[in-house]
Ligand binder design. Structure first.
Ligand code: HXC
Ligand code: NAP
Length: 268
């Protein structure tokens, strides 16, 4: 049996089916993993969704799977000019842009001593500069005129010290700083800027890259809820922050990790 269609997903949801009706959303990293789950949930609740990533074939397959109301636009978030052109195109086609979710990221395990400067910079550029590029483009092209909601997908690995993650920790800390700063700078324009910080999420590229399978069970035993999260749970947290249910919330970083970072080893 395949994944449920949009109508079924909306019916199973804790949110009203028309929560994002008439809204236009962009999800970077929407071609796979957590970003795809968020794009799917936004679409199931009535939004027109554009997913962004580098791999056009993967975007095509994902937008086909997500159905009418979703389309892919290939773009590298590190390329500010390409990002601006892509976002301007979304606004020209749809007339507005209400929701931006920044989920694009790159990561791998690497000791700080042997990670190259380019390796460090690459992750900073995808995660932090990419988030800046899309946020600024969304602000200039549409959100400064009619408001909107930005949700950045962060992490918890920088709350303590996570070995082999100096690049990703620095990048996610920058994203958290941007979340608070832009919330203040753009609040008067009716733009809310928040973040979701997932813990380890089942079935994702991030988990596969960062957690050796031999450590899965022992890590789960340290999590207060005794399990990894699911993509749809990160999507629910994102939908909440993007929706009018969070109309007074800006500059917040919502941890969605089953309590993992409070009590567990700094692995993710
Ligand atoms: C050490 C590495 C490396 C590795 C790449 N580099 N992989 N260094 N260990 N495993 C170095 C390269 O040697 C190179 O530096 C530099 O990084 C750039 O590598 P490229 O391959 O040229 O970069 P690029 O093609 O732009 O690809 C970016 C990428 C790649 C991040 C390296 O893995 C990617 O596209 N990832 C996207 C998908 C992804 O990572 N998903 C997981 C997200 S999970 P030199 O000096 O040698 O030229 C996630 C979780 C966060 O973010 C928090 C979890 C808690
Ligand atoms: P994923 O499937 O690899 O998602 C990353 C996405 O980013 C991919 O769709 C990728 O598409 C896109 N991307 C990468 N570089 C890009 C670039 N330069 N320009 C445009 N798009 C780019 O990984 P995931 O595990 O679902 O992670 C999604 C988000 O959740 C990330 O922000 C990650 O840091 C965060 N997170 C994940 C976990 C976890 O347990 N998985 C935990 C905490 C936080 P292309 O390759 O097509 O470009």
């Amino acid at each position: 049996m395949g994944p449920p269609d949009a109508e079924t997903r909306a019916r199973m949801s804790a949110f009203r089916a028309d929560l994002f009706a008439g809204k236009v959303a962009v999800v970077t990293g929407g071609g796979s993993g957590i970003g795809k789950g968020i794009a799917s949930a936004l679409g199931a609740h009535g939004a027109t969704v554009v997913i962004i990533g580098r791999n056009a074939e993967r975007l095509e397959a994902a937008s086909h799977e997500l159905g009418a109301g979703c389309r892919g636009m290939a773009c590298d978030v590190r390329d500010a000019e390409a990002v601006t052109a892509t976002i301007e195109r979304v606004v020209a086609d749809s007339g507005r842009l209400d929701v931006l979710v920044n989920a694009a990221a790159g990561n791998f395990l690497a000791p700080a001593a042997t990670l190259s400067s380019k390796g460090f910079r690459t992750v900073l550029e995808i995660d932090a500069v990419g988030t800046y590029n899309t946020s600024r483009a969304a602000f200039l092209a549409a959100m400064r005129d009619h408001g909107g909601a930005i949700v950045n997908i962060s992490a918890t690995l920088h709350y303590g010290g996570t070995p082999l993650q100096v690049h990703a920790a620095a990048a996610k800390a920058a994203i958290d700083a941007m979340t608070r700063t832009l919330a203040v700078e753009w609040g008067p324009a009716g733009i809310r800027v928040n973040a979701v910080a997932p813990g380890p999420i089942e079935g994702t590229e991030g988990l596969a890259r960062l957690l050796p399978s031999s450590l899965r069970e022992s890590l789960q035993r340290t999590i207060p809820l005794r399990r990894f999260g699911r993509v749809d749970e990160v999507a629910d947290a994102t939908l909440f922050l993007a929706s009018d249910a969070a109309s007074l919330i800006t500059g917040a970083i919502l941890v969605a990790d089953g309590g993992a970072w409070l009590s567990g080893p700094a692995l993710l």
